[in-house]
Design a protein around this ligand. Sequence first.
Ligand code: HEC
Length: 363
Amino acid sequence: MRRVFEEMKMLIPLSLDETRWGDPKYRKQILESLDRLERAADALERHGRSREVGFDELALNLARDLREVRAHYREGAYDEARFFLTGSLQNCVSCHVRLPYEKTFPLADQLISQVEIQRLDPREKAWLYVTVRRFDDALDTWEALMRDPNGPADQLDAGGVLVDYLNVVLRVCGDIERARRALAALVERRDVPVYLERRLQIWLDALNTLDPKRFQPTTPPSLDLGVSLAEQAGEISKGPFGRDGLVHDLAAASLLVRWLESDRQKRLQRTRNPTSKEREDTARAYYWLGVVEARSLDGFWVNLSERHLEAAIRADPEGPYARPAYARLEETQVLGYGGASGSHLPADVWTNLKELRGLIGVE
Ligand code: HEC
């Protein structure tokens, strides 16, 4: 991660300055840095394989985006290269919000203090803070936006600030009380639209039902609680965008990812095959994580839902979660590509679905 940061520290500020980014003077330096970055991303991908499958997917995505950056840059397509570089940062953010935060990263200042970064608008700055794991600074930035009378309240929701904020404050910091204070202050603002006032009230009620002790990074994550929160989120969510249940979804995702990580560690240490109960538990965790992610979590981020539904099938192909997981996965892909036949679906998607059907014994 250090190596990734060392390259990004130079590349991000350059990419924010169109003139310097395309200047031949920097070309050699940028290309060499992109080479090193790609190697670091490949190493991260190998590391991701020993973890819960979402990590692997994000690491693969990052490596893929960075290859695009380099290919475009090499061809002199500088705008496209910048576009992919900025896009690649979504993988950093999506990955960093998935686990609690244990230690700070003081070297982040070497990037954050650069003028190009200081000039960004607060929302972009907050994202960059998450990219380099300065989570408290990110929370402070979002909270300042929530208090800023010159920024319309509806934009906080439409621009994704509230979802980003809740992701970090709940999943990374596990700070239910801080989230409650911020939302309680926001709901008092006079310019909050009716729909949002209702939604904030629903989220506040949800925060009040969570037991902070169960979300401490040191408390072992409970699979049963994770599943139960995911089920409750489904009952709360009535709106078209599935956002009413967001707080429950985030709390569920927090526990499920952590549970899957510890499950993976246990599996790697054991020499015997998993029991049928163990396989079913793994599938259950992946299934509910996939459900939660499809509903409300990663709208404009890297969506891991399909990857998790597939993992649920592979973890226990003959168990009770395989068919429901397959049905959801197939539906997403069929609707996404506009048809269920081999002529609608791309070859790799078609082959993968066929293989999964074989595993669960459906033809
Ligand atoms: C696949 C998941 C994943 C992706 C993708 C990812 N990170 Fe990380 N990163 C982590 C985890 C987990 C940690 C904390 C544990 C560690 O240090 O390995 C971390 C730690 C860090 C740290 C702190 C290092 C330290 O020494 O304390 C920095 C800085 C960082 N990442 C930057 C980035 C940047 C920049 C990107 C995107 C270009 C990125 N990460 C992409 C998972 C990821």
